[in-house]
Ligand binder design. Structure first.
Ligand code: NDP
Length: 273
């Protein structure tokens, strides 16, 4: 049976084994998929060990996405732009191909919800997740993509990195107060995990804005609840993105695209138990 895994630290919370096992069943693929905790100082050792024991590929999550990028022999164009990867494929000759499917997962979910991808977009956060989604968002030629982050210089450096792909600018949280409203507001920070809101003005929303939080849970996240309180009609959590990035990774490995909707229902009911 072909072996796959997700590597992270911590990893016990990961839904990836559940998702990939469901995809495998749905598409009649005989695979094993486990969660592996890599030591913080030995990510590459853990990957090499998995390869030596017959691993065919893996997902990579916090905090190893940049190290995985460094480890790869070949990377996709979108991964090269992001400088971080979440999907590794191990080739017969022992080399590693890396891709970043986070952006594809986000964009598919936004499209499925009819989100306004060509309007003004606000991206909150400038970590690994933000890096992976900027180029796929700019591919829709939004009027403007504004990046704001608690630590401003990181937002500034991301805006610079992607400036040749579209109208992308960094703003401070002060500038944002005067920047009007946005059609789509994406929270790519991990703030919701600790029940916090990112430090942005509520004036970014109008009643037609769509809010998206990359974090997900069994209940609406603090950011989704707050967006609705500010008058946003649609606030979406990141479970669809999680499934979308997993589906693209699965199709890279197995050459078949699973249906995410069926698995979404299964996951929501698992999470509500
Ligand atoms: P990183 O650690 O690389 O970046 C974290 C980001 O969150 C930084 O911009 C950081 O700001 C900001 N941040 C953290 N805490 C706060 C806070 N209390 N207030 C304001 N800003 C804060 O993480 P990632 O970018 O890899 O992941 C971010 C989140 O996205 C995680 O929660 C992750 O689970 C989720 N995610 C979800 C995916 C999905 O499929 N649904 C896929 C990928 C990620 P600063 O720079 O100032 O420290």
């Amino acid at each position: 049976m072909d072996k796959y895994a997700v590597f992270g630290n911590p990893i016990s919370q990961s839904k990836s084994p559940l998702i990939h096992q469901a995809f495998a069943k749905q598409t009649a693929q005989a695979i094993e998929y486990t969660a592996i905790k890599a030591e913080l100082d030995n990510f590459s050792g853990a990957i090499r060990d998995f390869m030596a024991h017959g691993g065919k590929g893996c997902n990579v999550t916090v905090p190893f996405k940049e190290q995985a990028f460094q480890l790869a022999d070949q990377v996709s164009e979108r991964a090269e732009l992001a400088g971080a990867v979440n999907t590794l494929s191990f080739k017969e000759d022992g080399s590693i191909f890396a891709d970043n499917t986070d952006g594809a997962g986000l964009v598919e979910d936004l499209k499925a919800h009819g989100a306004p991808l060509s309007g003004r977009i606000l991206l909150i956060g400038a970590g690994g997740a933000a890096r992976g989604v900027i180029h796929p968002l700019l591919a829709f030629s939004p009027l403007e993509l504004v990046i704001v982050n608690r630590t401003f210089y990181k937002a500034e450096s991301l805006a610079k990195r992607f400036e040749s792909f579209g109208n992308v600018v960094a703003m401070t949280t002060e500038d944002l107060k005067e920047a009007g409203t946005f059609d789509l507001v994406i929270n790519s920070t991990s703030a919701s995990l600790s029940g916090d809101l990112p430090p942005i003005s509520s004036h970014v929303f109008n009643q037609n804005s769509v809010a998206y939080d990359m974090v997900y849970g069994d209940k609406p996240t603090v950011f989704c609840r707050w967006a609705k309180e500010q008058g946003c009609k649609i606030a979406i959590d990141g479970l669809g993105m999680l499934l979308g990035q997993a589906a693209v990774a699965f199709s890279i490995w197995r050459n078949v695209m699973p249906n995410t909707q069926v698995v979404m229902q299964m996951l929501r009911s698992e999470m509500s138990k």
